[in-house]
Design a protein around this ligand. Structure first.
Ligand code: BJW
Length: 257
């Protein structure tokens, strides 16, 4: 099947689905100007994850870790959703249920207008008290002080994100896994499918008999397990799928009148 046929197949599958999950990774935000982790200019090509994205790194040098997050908050602050995020947000009213399960911490699905978002790896605009666990939202850029302190108890605040070796929020993970057995279709967009346990979610869907469509310019570990892999950029492919889907819906409504 060529890419055009695959795009049409994806739109037809969507037109027949009631419940869908869109599972995303950093690739969907790359066309908004936010770097991925493992691509050519990816963050893990320039920085060592063990120095910046582990609990041990934060314990030994919270200032360094915060400087890196401050740099990334600066990059993300003025970035806008691209046509990929927007296409997904436009599907809000088309299905009985639509969940966006994202590994991204950039908040661009929210900015695009998507509802029902599960953020598996947290959110860069949220800060968590290392003593009491209280989560606050702070969009100020730069932050008032580095590292920031809790205004209530004075303890260090940390980014509310999931670092290597840390457990994901079990409630969110369970909800995501449960949704996999209730959905008709899953789109997996812009992830290398390397990082666990997030990468197990599309595999759970495959094992539950859910049709899985991957959208990614490169092949990944998920590719052999997906029903269809569309080789292209999210910002190109998703609006194309949307156009065809809207045509199908218009034709169906026309026939029903
Ligand atoms: C486009 C595109 C375009 C480009 N359009 N597409 C099982 C096996 C092996 C290892 C493990 C395992 N279980 C656990 C582990 C260890 C580890 C892990 O998975 N390591 C692997 C890397 C080997 N996992 C963990 O440590 C996790 N915790 C855990 O397991 O805890 C256990 C525990 C239990 C109980 C108590 C205590 C502990 C936590 C993982 C946390 C990951 N955190 C990060 C950082 C988040 C915060 C931050 O941003 O600062 O999450 S790492 C980074 O990777 C980030 C991402 O969410 C995540 C996934 O990356 P993603 O999104 O897939 O990006 P890339 O760059 O990899 O891929 C981009 C893709 O986009 C590419 O395919 C491109 O082709 C594509 N693309 N342009 C569409 N325009």
């Amino acid at each position: 099947m060529d890419i055009r046929e695959k795009v049409q197949t994806a739109a037809h599958l969507l037109s027949q689905a009631n419940n869908i999950i869109v599972f995303t990774g950093s690739g969907i935000s790359s066309e908004s100007g936010i770097p991925t982790f493992r691509g050519k200019d990816g963050l893990w090509k320039q920085f060592r994850a063990q120095d910046l994205a582990t609990p041990a790194a934060f314990s030994s040098n919270p200032k360094l870790v915060w400087e890196w997050y401050e740099w990334r908050r600066n990059i993300i602050a003025d970035k806008q959703p691209n046509p990929g995020h927007k296409a997904i947000a436009e599907w809000n009213d088309l299905f009985s249920s639509l969940y966006v399960i994202t590994q991204n911490i950039d908040g661009l699905h929210q900015k695009a207008g998507s509802a029902n978002i599960i953020e598996l790896h947290g959110n860069i605009w949220k800060l968590r008290c290392t003593k009491e666990g209280i989560i606050t939202e702070d969009h100020s850029c730069p932050l008032k002080e580095i590292p920031p302190k809790c205004t209530k108890c004075g303890a260090l605040l940390r980014p509310h994100v999931v670092w290597f070796g840390e457990s994901l929020d079990m409630e969110l993970l369970s909800e995501a896994v449960k949704l996999c057995s209730e959905t008709d279709l899953m789109l997996v967009i812009g992830t290398s499918s390397l990082v666990y346990p997030a990468a197990s979610i599309p595999l759970t869907a495959v094992e539950s008999g859910v049709k899985v469509i991957e959208i990614n310019p490169d092949s990944t570990l998920l590719t052999p397990r997906a029903d269809t892999s569309i080789r292209g950029k999210a910002g190109d492919v998703l609006p194309e799928i949307s156009d065809i889907l809207n045509n199908i819906i218009r034709q169906t409504e026309g026939r029903e009148k």
